[in-house]
Design a protein around this ligand. Structure first.
Ligand SMILES: Cc1cc2nc3c(=O)[nH]c(=O)nc-3n(C[C@H](O)[C@H](O)[C@H](O)COP(=O)(O)O)c2cc1C
Length: 384
């Protein structure tokens, strides 16, 4: 977009979220076990956008679960938009949790999860199971919006449960009617998990029919992918998940791409090592060393993807248990190494193909009711 000023770009292409403007229109996808405070702060250091925390159970918050309130509702001083994703099956849990979060001034944005395919969530009727019951879906969204005051609420969903039970149109309609700031759509059904290619056509269809902004999600591994998704679907913004795992500099590429600037070459391993150092330092600010290193091993495997490091080094990276261990292993690596072309698309985190999606017994028999399933189950599951 040559010739346009930064201000013009921001006013024409920015996402509105309450009184905030998100520019570029890029969102870090909520990822359980990944998008904690350290990871968000690291990603945000590379570029503009919105960085959403891991999902947390509204029921766990309602019942005062300590871990949920301290580990998941946890934002750093640099996070100007404290963005949290809730999951719930019961509107009353949402109402209570949202009221507490807002009364205690703990969040600036709330996203609602209607796409999670994990058995421990769908078995209780949560995540991707909710939109199958439009009245229950509407009650949950209403409970969030009506208790959120000035805090904007958004929703995130998949295309549906499977090819026969598509739900994205329902989610778009409910989000629109209930006053959500946007709907984000991942172009897969729940049974597809993360396998195959995301289908962007429903994103285009939703964009064409919805009066609120639509964000596209699925298979953005490069900045070019993001522009392609925007151009093909007309979506108002993009949500980036696995593409940034071990590659937080993707947010710098996205920032440049949305400004119409050239994208930098993939980093040498020297840069990767510097980023690894910053990442573990951030993690150790919030967690004890042993815990931080254990949590960090998966990130190390993602940082190492695409670089010719050898099986022995990978094994040692998978076993580091102190910051010092990590430095010793990294010091032996070639800082000039470059990633193999195309390695940004290598599987990271979840990549499995089709799976059966577990639902509560008889769930599909009463799709017109608005009653939450598992009403007596008080186990909130936070962090996915
Ligand atoms: C490790 C992992 C954890 C995830 N956890 C969540 C979650 O808590 N909430 C959610 O809405 N989606 C979750 N997702 C789905 C992502 O937000 C995103 O929709 C999905 O990965 C597709 O985007 P991608 O192709 O860019 O990865 C998770 C995905 C991964 C890989």
């Amino acid at each position: 977009m040559p010739g346009r000023t930064e201000e013009q770009l921001a006013t024409t292409g920015a996402l509105s979220l309450g009184t905030a403007r998100i520019w570029p229109p890029v969102v870090l996808a909520p990822m359980a076990g990944v998008t904690n405070r350290a990871f968000r702060e690291l990603c945000a250091s590379f570029g503009g956008g919105l960085y959403i925390a891991e999902m947390v159970s509204a029921r766990a918050l309602r019942h005062g679960d300590q871990k949920s309130w301290t580990s998941y509702v946890d934002f750093g001083p640099s996070e100007s938009i404290r963005s949290l994703q809730l999951y719930a099956t019961d509107p009353s849990d949402v109402a209570e949790a949202v009221r507490a979060l807002v009364d205690q001034d703990r969040v600036d944005h709330l996203d609602l999860n209607f796409g999670c395919p994990a058995p421990k969530i769908t078995r209780r009727g949560g995540g991707a199971a909710i939109p199958l019951k439009p009245r229950l879906l509407a009650a949950i969204v209403h409970a969030a919006v009506s208790n959120a005051g000035a805090v904007p609420v958004t929703v995130k969903c998949r295309i549906g449960l499977n090819d026969e039970l598509l739900t994205y149109r329902t989610v778009g309609r409910v989000a629109e009617e209930e006053g959500c700031a946007w709907v984000a759509l991942h172009g897969r059904t729940a049974v597809q998990l993360y396998g195959g290619a995301a289908d962007w056509a429903p994103i285009a269809e939703l964009k064409a029919s919805c009066s609120i902004p639509v964000l596209g999600n699925g298979d953005i591994f490069t900045a070019e992918d993001a522009l392609r998704l925007r151009d093909r679907t007309g979506c108002d913004g993009v949500v980036v998940g696995r593409g940034c795992l071990g590659r937080p500099w993707l947010f710098a590429d996205l920032d440049r791409a949305f400004r119409g600037e050239a994208i930098a070459e993939p980093p040498s391993f020297a840069t990767v090592m510097e980023v690894i150092g910053r990442h573990i330092d951030l993690l150790m600010q919030t967690k004890p060393e042993a815990f931080a290193l254990r949590d960090f091993r998966k990130h190390l495997s993602w940082y190492a993807k695409g670089y010719a490091l050898g099986i022995d080094v990978r094994r040692r990276l998978a076993m580091v248990s102190t910051r010092r261990d990590l430095e010793v292993v990294l010091a032996q690596l070639d800082p000039t190494a470059r990633p193999a072309p195309g390695s940004e698309r290598l599987p990271r985190a979840k990549s499995s193909a089709q799976a059966h999606v577990a639902l509560p017994a008889g769930y599909l028999d009463h799709l017109d009711d608005d009653q939450p399933p598992c009403a007596h189950d008080h186990d909130g599951v936070s962090g996915g």
